[in-house]
Design a protein. Structure first.
Length: 47
């Protein structure tokens, strides 16, 4: 039987990301380009 991990979550969890993490994700999302051609999708990083 699969173990359910959501039943025993800790009460005091810090879910605030660092500023560097937020900047990295925002910069990555700005550089990501998804191109659709027919029924295919291509992902390209524009660096």
């Amino acid at each position: 039987m699969a173990k359910i991990y959501s039943d025993c979550t800790p009460k005091n969890v810090n879910l605030n990301p660092k500023d560097e993490t937020v900047d990295f994700i925002l910069n990555y999302s700005k550089a990501l380009s998804v191109i659709s051609y027919n029924k295919l999708k291509f992902e390209a990083l524009l660096n």
